[in-house]
Write a protein that binds this ligand. Structure first.
Ligand code: BTN
Length: 415
């Protein structure tokens, strides 16, 4: 609502800055309308434009050059005002439906804006032509003359406004947006999607997919699941304080998944450092942390794949994984799990940021490898390790070759 009011005010102010040239009124209105289309939801965009038109028609001087009143409907340029409705509708049709899968937000917005500008011109032109010829009696007005008089002069400026608005929104839309939940029926990988689009999403946005065609696991492995059998999602982290503690974020996410699985009644749940969750000795969930860096870390993406309704798994796993269904005997509704797990993860991340997280305690108490002797590849060599604990920085402490060592996750893989 605050945003709607802000954009409505901006639209009115940008209408006041108006220069009349012949039948044309040059204003910055359209720049604001494109911003409204890009920054606000469809409903909010239509509310703002609707309010603006109603305010103008009932006599508040909000139209270009302080115009207003019901008589304004008979002015040749009024078509360009109600045509804003089509700008909002078409922009959303393109960005939310037709080009939903397009990765490049700038192009997405440019294409939607160009089409909507053409629609605006069509509405504005027809309205202006009809008013001039039928109402104002200028019957000698040819279409060509009308085009030259009240359309052609706008074109270069409107294209400029369109490009500026698309550029601003593709870069800064996340500043104003609340954290978002986005669902894809099918995508290559939710992690890849967020890595490419992190700029337009706010901290703690969630992206999930019913199916991933190129799901990624750790160490360059594939992560595959049939449609709607697993919960596959990624959480975006952009908060500076959280980014400074990026390595611990997978433990935070792991601890959240652990708590959720316990909460739905699973027994024998444990966390295999750094980012797998096991139930009865079988992997049920994997976590893949990826970061986007340009000089510094700009974003971290926490990708989570939780096996939910699988009954069988393909051959080729070192140890066959498990799923919630295999452990509980019941099929689960993915939507319920998604809602509850999102909530748990969000709470866990917020409490980590506030310094009240117990994730290290949880992982140390339920460490799958604790006190186990197991084989691993450490710095490229096969070794035996006795795992002792996870330290305050989220690193593993274990005994290798008789010495206690602090090990970061990139240095070791377990057999
Ligand atoms: C692993 O066990 O190796 C990590 C698996 C992580 C899989 C999830 S599914 C959602 C997100 N998108 C991906 O491509 N990978 C992660």
């Amino acid at each position: 609502m605050t945003l709607d009011a802000l954009f409505l005010a901006l639209l009115i102010v940008s209408s006041f800055i108006s220069i009349d040239v012949g039948y044309c009124k040059f204003t910055l209105q359209l720049l604001t309308v494109f911003l409204i289309a890009n920054f606000l939801s469809l409903a909010d965009g239509l509310i703002v434009i609707g309010l603006y038109i109603v305010m103008g028609l009932i006599g508040i001087p909000v139209f270009a050059g302080f115009g207003g009143g019901i008589a304004y409907a008979a002015s040749p340029t009024f078509g360009f005002v109600y045509g804003f409705i089509f700008v909002i509708l078409l922009n959303h049709l393109f960005s939310d439906v037709l080009l939903k899968r397009m990765r490049n937000e700038l192009w997405k917005s440019l294409i939607g804006s160009i089409v909507s500008l053409i629609a605006l011109y069509a509405v504005g032109f027809v309205h202006g032509y009809l008013i001039l010829t039928l109402v104002k009696g200028k019957s000698d007005f040819t279409l060509g003359a009308a085009f030259g008089l009240f359309l052609a002069p706008y074109i270069p400026f409107d294209i400029g406004k369109l490009v500026i608005a698309s550029f601003i929104s593709s870069r800064y839309v996340s500043v104003l947006l609340p954290s978002r939940r986005v669902h894809f029926n099918e995508i290559d990988s939710t992690n890849t999607y967020l890595k490419e689009n992190y700029r337009i999403y706010k901290n703690l946005s969630f992206v999930d997919a019913s199916y991933q065609s190129k799901g990624k696991g750790r160490l360059g492995r594939k992560w595959e699941a049939s449609k709607d059998e697993a919960l596959m999602f990624s959480v975006l982290i952009k908060d500076k304080k959280l980014l400074q503690n990026a390595p611990i974020l997978s433990l935070v996410a792991g601890s959240a998944v652990f708590k959720y699985l316990k909460q739905i009644g699973l027994k024998n749940v444990s966390i295999k450092w750094p980012n797998d969750i096991y139930v009865n000795g079988k992997k049920i969930c994997g976590i893949l942390l990826e970061s986007v860096s340009h000089e510094k870390i700009d974003a971290v993406i926490i990708g989570i794949g939780l096996n939910v309704n699988q009954e069988t798994f393909p051959e080729g796993f070192y140890r066959t994984p498990t799923s919630i269904r295999l452990e509980t005997g019941s099929t689960m509704d993915l939507r319920d799990i998604k809602k509850d797990l999102y909530k748990t993860i969000k709470e866990e991340i917020v409490s980590f940021k506030e310094g009240t997280s117990d994730c290290l305690k949880v992982i140390n108490e339920h460490n799958y490898l604790k006190d186990e002797k197991c084989f691993c590849t450490y710095k490229g060599e096969k070794k035996e390790i006795k795992v002792l604990r996870i330290d305050d920085e989220g690193d593993l402490v274990g005994i290798i070759d008789g010495d206690e060592k602090k090990i970061i996750s990139d240095e070791i893989t377990f057999e």
